[in-house]
Design a protein around this ligand. Sequence first.
Ligand SMILES: C[S@@+](CC[C@H](N)C(=O)[O-])C[C@H]1O[C@@H](n2cnc3c(N)ncnc32)[C@H](O)[C@@H]1O
Length: 396
Amino acid sequence: MTDSQNSLEQAGTAGLLQAVSRYLGRTVASEWRGAAEAAPRHRFLPDRIWLSGEDDELTPCDRRHDPDRWFAAAYEDVPVVTQINDGNEPEDLADALPSSSASAPSIVFLMLELLDVEPGMRVLEIGAGTGFSAALLSHRLGDINVTTIDIDPAVAELARSNLKANGYAPTVACGDGSLGWREEAPYDRVVATCSVERVPYAWVEQSRRGGIVLAPWQNPWISGGLLRLTVGEDGTATGRYTPDSSFMLMRTQRSGLRLFRDVVMEEHVPTESTTTLDPWAVADSAIETQFALGHRLGDLWYAWHHDPDVDGVAIRLWVATSDGTSWAAVDWDGSDGTQRYTVWQHGPRRPWDEVEAAHRWWLANDRPGPTRLGLTVTPDGQWAWLDDPANSWRLP
Ligand SMILES: C[S@@+](CC[C@H](N)C(=O)[O-])C[C@H]1O[C@@H](n2cnc3c(N)ncnc32)[C@H](O)[C@@H]1O
């Protein structure tokens, strides 16, 4: 490597660490600074990456055609998409969906700090991606103590070759990380870099007692937060969130239903009622409100429909169950000062009634924000709770 390349990557890493420190509100811990300096981020990016343009559409950036933009992207505190649509690039870029990425450095280091590792600990990472996080962990803990797994064979191969090229050799497995990786268990730490709606019990089972499972958690209503569970003596794991994170959902937990056209059929005859609950107060509110509501609403999801081409309706909020059997539509007529909205509901469940009940619960419990919520994972499923694990309800 030439001296100028060397100084470019040193300057890039220094700038990145500064940005991460600003985000964390404190200097990145020296152990992780050393790891970052030994693993310059651009060395983990493939030649073709995808960057968000204006209007958030992903556009390809090729290292050969635009080396400066490619290099600069590596050292910005943003996620860099490294694969779209599971490797099957669509003809129309409007259909591009990220399926693998190098996570934003601020989140990478936040997660490493939340993991609270010490020398000698063994870690399983779900979502090898570029191999960047695994390199940082290997630097700190030694190759022998780090296992990383990715479901996508091409991605796992990218991680493996990136790690090797940078002098690291943790175990890189290819498979469904929701099953954990029994071969190297037990682990002191399990960390997922794709989000989950249900924490797989295998991660708890393959952790030592007192170990930590750290995973971005979301559900159809909210993008959620970083859930940090401690594994107890009884084999359950419980913990709270660092709110507001956004990760790609684990492939094996994806669900196709997120469009009202998939659930609303012509033959449906919905019932009509009215509501005084402002739909924006529950489906477009600050995370302080929406986080708790999302935990109450379990499998409900929503979609906004502007200008739905219905007489007297300016904006419609759709709410539906994840199994697609029940739906609700809440209509705003477009007039200022509206205090009453028309509600249509169909199916065995009443999704809007469930939203209203969740909102009443939220008010009755002094409007809990994200830090009052927690989650417990057992072999039988997951339970959300408010303030105390004893005050819990089952989640799908
Ligand atoms: C945000 S990327 C990981 C970033 C990575 N840690 C890094 O440092 O570059 C998420 C990864 O999770 C992987 N993934 C999704 N579902 C998975 C599953 N069921 N098992 C294992 N990996 C999965 C994706 O293929 C993707 O590469």
